[in-house]
Ligand binder design. Structure first.
Ligand code: NAI
Length: 342
């Protein structure tokens, strides 16, 4: 009713107001963990997205300062910072998208799996809050270990009756961004023009770049190909070691997550001219692993279509078979942890 009332009035509005998207509802995006190494640059980049009308920030502390700082930027989104008790639910209330870079990052010598005990409880808080205050939101988890965190969250949402597998994502975009960059370095081309699917999960061998489908084609020797795959799989550790105790990838992750959230937004807005495709870790029946990253077509309800496994060569098929038991073990662990939190 309200929409039709607004539509009947829009013709009378001054053109400038129409241009501002008076009818075209802006979206509410919440960033949980917004004061962290990823959270701050991610919030900054999201503040530039003209489709976001409310950028809601939550962290356990110091959110106000970051919020006030961001609020002086002359872009559309109103910045609403929350912290402390009840802040999480207030921040997430009626959000269209919640992106979660909250929790502990790795230090040198740590595996992503070492983070599970601390980060599982962060993910659990977000899952409970989402069930209560924004059950229809798209949830994009950056928190590691992704392979375990997403099944934990799915299990909690299922128990709460608010699970929609098309709206829960583990963000693996950074693996694709890295693959594009490293391939482009070798081929001496623009990284934005490189297309390469990265499937599986988000740790070690479960990160599988499908070089056989790379466009433009990658025609290295077996040794070059192996070195490139290992670099993509270990790129997170490359950053952890270079930062020498001061955290893991933050700036590149913020860039990658911005790309992912922007694609979710384009999907929600139902772009007619563009097919929105991103790889992400979602519930899936593409392999025998219950959660698996493949290229997904995004639409107004989240995943519109899972494009399934890309064509694989013999080596890639072997690598896929090798990773599945690792992934399945992480998923089983996540489901068990999730069940223990209900
Ligand atoms: P950080 O330590 O700089 O920031 C984390 C933020 O989360 C802090 O501001 C902290 O106060 C906040 N936080 C902790 N518990 C919270 C809670 N219960 N509710 C809300 N906020 C909470 O860490 P950084 O570098 O930003 O990394 C965040 C996470 O992202 C880590 O788990 C890291 O492993 C992961 N990550 C994931 C990547 C991916 O490709 N998916 C890549 C890089 C990092």
């Amino acid at each position: 009713f309200l929409a039709s009332r607004l539509l009947s009035h829009v013709g009378n509005l001054p053109p400038k107001v129409q241009q501002l998207g008076y009818i075209n509802r802006g979206l509410k995006v919440a960033v949980v963990g917004s004061v962290g190494g990823i959270g701050q640059p991610l919030s900054l980049l999201l503040k530039h997205n003209p489709q976001i009308s409310t950028l809601s920030l939550y962290d356990i502390k110091n959110t106000t300062g970051v919020g006030v700082d961001l609020s002086h930027i002359n872009t559309r989104a109103s910045v609403c910072p929350f912290e402390g008790k009840n802040g999480l639910k207030k921040a997430m209330d009626k959000a269209d998208i919640v992106v979660i870079p909250a929790g502990l990052p790795r230090k040198p010598g740590m595996k992503r799996e070492d983070l599970v005990d601390v980060n599982a409880s962060v993910a659990c808080e977000v899952a409970f809050a989402a069930s209560e205050v924004c059950p229809g939101a798209m949830l994009a988890f950056i928190t590691n270990p992704i392979n375990v965190i997403v099944p934990i969250v799915a299990t909690i949402l299922k128990a709460k009756g608010t699970y929609d597998p098309n709206r829960l994502f583990g963000v693996t975009t950074l693996d694709v961004v890295r693959a594009q960059t490293f391939v482009a370095d070798i081929l001496n081309v623009d990284p934005q023009k490189v297309n390469i699917p990265v499937i599986g999960g988000h740790t070690g061998r479960t990160i599988l770049p499908i070089l056989s489908q790379c466009d433009p084609p990658f025609k290295g020797t077996d040794k070059e190909r192996e070195a490139l795959i290992q670099r993509i799989q270990n790129a997170g550790t490359e950053v952890v070691n270079a930062k020498d105790g001061l955290g893991s990838a933050t700036l590149s992750m913020a860039f990658a997550a911005t790309q992912f959230v922007s694609s979710l937004i384009k999907g929600i807005k139902g772009s007619k001219d563009e097919c929105i495709v991103e790889c992400a870790y979602v519930e899936s029946d593409v392999t025998e692993a219950q959660f698996f990253a493949t290229p997904l077509i995004l639409g107004p309800q989240g995943v519109k279509e899972n494009t399934g496994l890309p064509d694989l060569d013999d080596e890639e098929r072997k690598a896929l078979n090798g990773m599945l038991p690792i992934l399945k073990e992480s998923i089983a662990k996540g489901i068990k942890l999730g069940e223990g939190m209900i």
